[in-house]
Design a protein around this ligand. Structure first.
Ligand code: PEP
Length: 253
């Protein structure tokens, strides 16, 4: 049985007070009408992780992710945060290889792999992102692009750890653009990713790994996207910044 997951990537949004208020409201809505079959995750900026973790530990209903981590355990890496530090705070998940990190911070597949290994080493569950650009899709190279990303990251993970990994397929052209992949486009890519996992790891890994869709997902299109057989939930950007909208997406799983 695959776990259904909806994770909210807040990116560089929300002060501490705003983040606490948003988390509180999400928890309230989930308390009113629980969705026990869906794991709900929020990924605030580093600065809010500790207080939001305390709130979550007290109230439940929501789990905590960071938006990145460094691959080294400690050392002279000014401005960076290690997986150890995150785990120590109570963080359980970490988003890795988001297209914004690849685009603005030149993050490579090799770094995504190193970060994922560092996360797994301490017991954090990585959410590994992949996805093609518009140019790659228009040239019909979207499968090759995603395969290349995963070949150099996800597919090099130690097989003993693969059960702790989550994948997010996020076509770059759909992120923050208001133009989501159609359910058919998303399903086709999710099935392809699952087939890569199956080929590399045991069949059981392919059957149990959660693959999330991300890219302009909202309460209106979520149900149709999530109804696809290989789509196990979503990684949500803009729509995760409003509690009602985010929880409506959770309820659409
Ligand atoms: C994201 O950045 O992970 C994302 C999916 O963004 P949005 O939902 O805003 O397209």
């Amino acid at each position: 049985m695959r776990k259904k997951i909806v994770a909210g990537n807040w990116k560089m949004n929300n002060t501490l007070q705003e983040g606490l208020a948003l988390t509180f409201r999400i928890i309230d809505l989930l308390k009113e009408k629980p969705v026990p079959d869906v794991k709900v995750i929020v990924a605030p900026p580093f600065t809010s992780l500790h207080p939001i973790c305390e709130l979550i530990n007290k109230e439940g209903y929501v789990h905590l992710a960071a938006q990145d981590c460094h691959q080294e355990k400690s050392g002279a890496f000014t401005g960076e945060v290690s997986s150890d530090m995150l785990f120590d705070l109570g963080v359980k998940y970490v988003i890795l290889g988001h297209s914004e990190r690849r685009q603005y911070f030149n993050e490579t597949d090799a770094q995504v792999l190193a970060k994922a290994e560092a996360a797994l080493d301490v017991g954090l569950r990585p959410i590994i992102c992949c996805g093609e650009t518009l140019e790659q899709r228009n040239k019909g190279k979207h499968f090759a692009a995603v395969k290349k990303q995963l070949k150099n990251s996800l597919l090099k993970i130690n097989p003993a750890e693969i059960a702790h990994v989550i994948i997010a397929y996020e076509p770059v052209w759909a992120i923050g653009t208001g133009e989501n992949a159609t359910p058919e486009q998303a399903q086709e890519m999710h099935a392809f990713i699952r087939s890569l996992v199956k080929r590399k790891f045991k069949k059981e890994a392919a059957n149990t790994i959660s693959i999330l869709y991300g890219g302009s997902c909202n309460s209106k299109n979520a149900k149709e996207i999530f109804s696809q057989p290989d789509i196990d939930g979503g990684l949500i950007g803009g729509a995760s910044l409003k509690a009602e909208e985010f929880v409506a997406i959770v309820r659409a799983v």
